[in-house]
Design a protein around this ligand. Structure first.
Ligand SMILES: Nc1ncnc2c1ncn2[C@@H]1O[C@H](COP(=O)(O)OP(=O)(O)OP(=O)(O)O)[C@@H](O)[C@H]1O
Length: 200
């Protein structure tokens, strides 16, 4: 489903990926490695937030450089960064994503909001959310959007125990694992049914 071929990438003279290739099928992949190994950078490259210097990345045969818009619609990256559009409210952030992803289902998003108990913060600016609320906002989108590839950086960081338990159930769902390629970074064993583990 996800094919990375001969990827080369460096930050200003600091090479991170040299001729790096990886093929991932549906199911959960645990991407692991020590601090600074390049996990977040690889996710950003796959998400289209960073561009490879050379090499190709494709999802279901759609090349990230040749068909960037179609490619981006196949992927969602749930990262830990500060929001790209900090002036938006949570509701506006959700509306934006529903508009960006064809087939996004508002009912599915509302179900995630209910499960994460996020309705109370819908009209708050995203910058005013607590760490855990921000994570829940990101995860609501991640779990609701109809993408082929789901990238989640440190999925359990900052979550309360109820949310951790709910997220595990959602990610472990056999239907989801059959239709999505789910890539997680985590410094601890994710305790999920893994299709594979990639060590950077
Ligand atoms: N914008 C940037 N400019 C220059 N170097 C960067 C930049 N972002 C990351 N790096 C460097 O690239 C390397 C990989 O960083 P990355 O964030 O991908 O690692 P990671 O495996 O996700 O680490 P962690 O487990 O600590 O989150 C690190 O050495 C980091 O210092």
């Amino acid at each position: 489903m996800l094919a990375i071929d001969h990827l080369n990438f460096e930050y200003a003279g600091h090479p991170l990926f040299r001729q790096f290739s990886l093929q991932l099928a549906a199911g959960i992949t645990w991407l692991r490695g020590e601090n600074g190994a390049g996990k977040t950078t690889l996710m950003k490259l796959v998400a289209g937030a960073l561009l490879p210097h050379t090499g190709t990345i494709a999802v279901a045969g759609i090349d990230s450089a040749q068909q960037p818009l179609d490619y981006r619609r196949q992927i969602h990256y749930s990262g830990g960064d500060t929001p790209a559009l900090p002036w938006l409210s949570v509701r506006e952030m959700f509306d934006l994503h529903v508009a960006l992803y064809p087939g996004a289902d508002t009912a599915a998003l509302n179900a995630q909001l209910d499960a994460f108990r996020l309705h109370g913060v819908l009209d708050q600016p995203v910058t005013t959310l607590s760490l855990g609320q921000h994570k829940k906002m990101q995860l609501s989108l991640a779990l609701a959007l109809p993408v082929a590839v789901l990238l989640i950086d440190e999925p359990f960081n900052g979550l309360d125990t109820a949310a951790v338990s709910y997220l595990r159930t959602q990610l472990a769902d056999p239907g989801r694992r059959a239709r999505q390629c789910i890539v997680l970074t985590s410094h601890v064993e994710p305790d999920l049914p893994l299709a594979q583990t990639i060590q950077l």
